[in-house]
Design a protein around this ligand. Structure first.
Ligand code: CTP
Length: 396
């Protein structure tokens, strides 16, 4: 749990601050809100006070308010300061180092990390003054998220929309994590592969990609550079992650090797199809009169084995889905593939594994002592446990 100080400034996106407070408190963070005079015109302090469970402050010198907590105490209290929405005026004031209202004064006084989520008209955003102000903030280490492109409340379409509250929450949480993986470049493969049989049919599997995406998100939150090579899945790209979409095992292999040189950790969560059709069929396979149809399959390259053979100083982690003799098979696979760790789950159980949010895994190392079980948890928690383990391996 962290202490998030949310500064709301006066733009139409201020209404989204309500949802942002709800999401942050629901995730267990303590939230206090400060508002500019402009923001109060858009949302009532009472709404934000009710949602955050704390009095909302908007004035720098208000005797009644000041007796509760001073602006300096507020600045010191915060672990993270989030400015959402951050208007052009607020961004300009911060760049100038002004302290002419509560929000700017607190921003000048705080030693906490600051995140801005700009929201404004596209022309205001593109104005050289705003661009210069944003560049100044960036040089000073202020983090920025967005803005997005889309329809703007002012009637224009373009860049300037504040990013969605969920995205701000993810960026905020990333700022809270100690950047323990700052030195690492983590390459992750996720999802299934899809091997074409003809122009309309594919050979694939039920992997949802959720585990790999959770790992990518968690690794980015811990400061790693993350490259996510994804098979066909319908999941949003985690913030701060570079994503490369692929379809077949061959495409995945090429993408992995294109990024491999640079990576220090490789995690292969992808459920790669072991076989593909031997012949590429350009026309749709017609229903023949015969009751059976034979399709000749050929073996796909084993990407995990290939990268393990070339791994050098890198840490390589494989995944295994097993239905019987789970641990023995996993240890055998670890040896066969030559990787450092194998994360195994028992897919004979319906409540865990493919396409569900919960999972129970065992992280298998070369010996029994190096093997740890992670009890039934969310894929986010599993991702955290796997990364903790990888960090241990990297230290030894
Ligand atoms: N893997 C891979 N390339 C393949 C097949 C699998 O890189 N062509 C990787 C997966 O990403 C995963 C690990 O190998 O990390 C284990 O996959 P699995 O299918 O369980 O292994 P197999 O070698 O196919 O073993 P099995 O005999 O159990 O099918």
């Amino acid at each position: 749990m962290s202490r998030v100080l949310l500064g709301v400034s006066g733009g139409i996106a201020a209404y989204k601050a309500c949802e942002l407070v709800r999401l942050l408190t629901r995730r267990g963070h303590e939230v206090r809100v400060m508002m500019t005079a402009g923001a109060v015109e858009f949302v009532t302090p009472l709404t934000l006070q009710t949602l955050s469970g704390h009095p909302v402050r908007s004035e720098l010198f208000a005797p009644g308010e000041e007796s509760q907590i001073s602006h300096i105490e507020l600045a010191d209290w915060a672990d993270v300061v989030v400015l959402a929405p951050a208007t052009a005026n607020l961004i300009a004031s911060l760049a100038q180092g002004l302290a002419n209202d509560l929000v700017t004064t607190v921003c000048l006084a705080t030693r906490a990390a600051v995140l801005v989520a700009p929201a404004m008209n596209v022309n205001m955003l593109q104005h050289p003054a705003t661009q210069a102000n944003l560049a100044t903030l960036q040089e000073r280490g202020v983090q920025r998220i967005g803005p997005d492109r889309g329809d703007l409340a002012c009637g224009w379409t373009g860049e300037g929309r504040m990013v969605d509250p969920e995205v701000i929450v993810a960026a905020t949480e990333r700022l809270m994590r100690p950047a323990v993986l700052a030195e690492e470049a983590v390459l992750i493969t996720a999802g299934p592969t899809e091997e074409p049989l003809d122009p309309v049919r594919v050979l694939s599997n039920r992997s949802s990609g959720k585990m790999g995406f959770a790992l990518a998100d968690e690794a980015a939150k811990r400061g790693a550079e993350v490259i996510l090579i994804a098979g066909p899945v319908s999941l949003p790209t985690p913030i701060g992650v570079r994503r490369i979409d692929v379809r077949t095992a061959e495409e995945m292999r090429s993408a992995v090797f294109a990024e491999f040189e640079h990576a220090t950790v490789v995690i292969k969560t992808a459920a790669v199809a072991d076989y593909r059709a031997a012949d590429t069929v350009d026309q749709k396979i017609k229903r023949e009169s015969a009751d059976t149809l034979e399709i000749k399959l050929v073996r796909n390259p084993d990407i995990l084995r290939e990268i393990s053979a070339a791994k050098g100083e890198r840490t390589v982690v494989g995944f295994a889905a097993e239905t019987e003799n789970v641990l023995a098979n996993a240890r055998d696979k670890l040896k066969r593939k030559g990787c450092d760790l194998i994360v195994v789950n028992d897919v004979s159980r319906a409540d865990i594994g493919f396409d569900v949010d919960q999972n129970e895994v065992t992280i298998v190392g070369p010996t029994a002592e190096e093997t740890t079980r992670v009890p039934l948890s969310s894929k986010v928690e599993i991702a955290a446990a796997i990364l903790d383990r990888i960090i241990q391996v990297r230290k030894t």
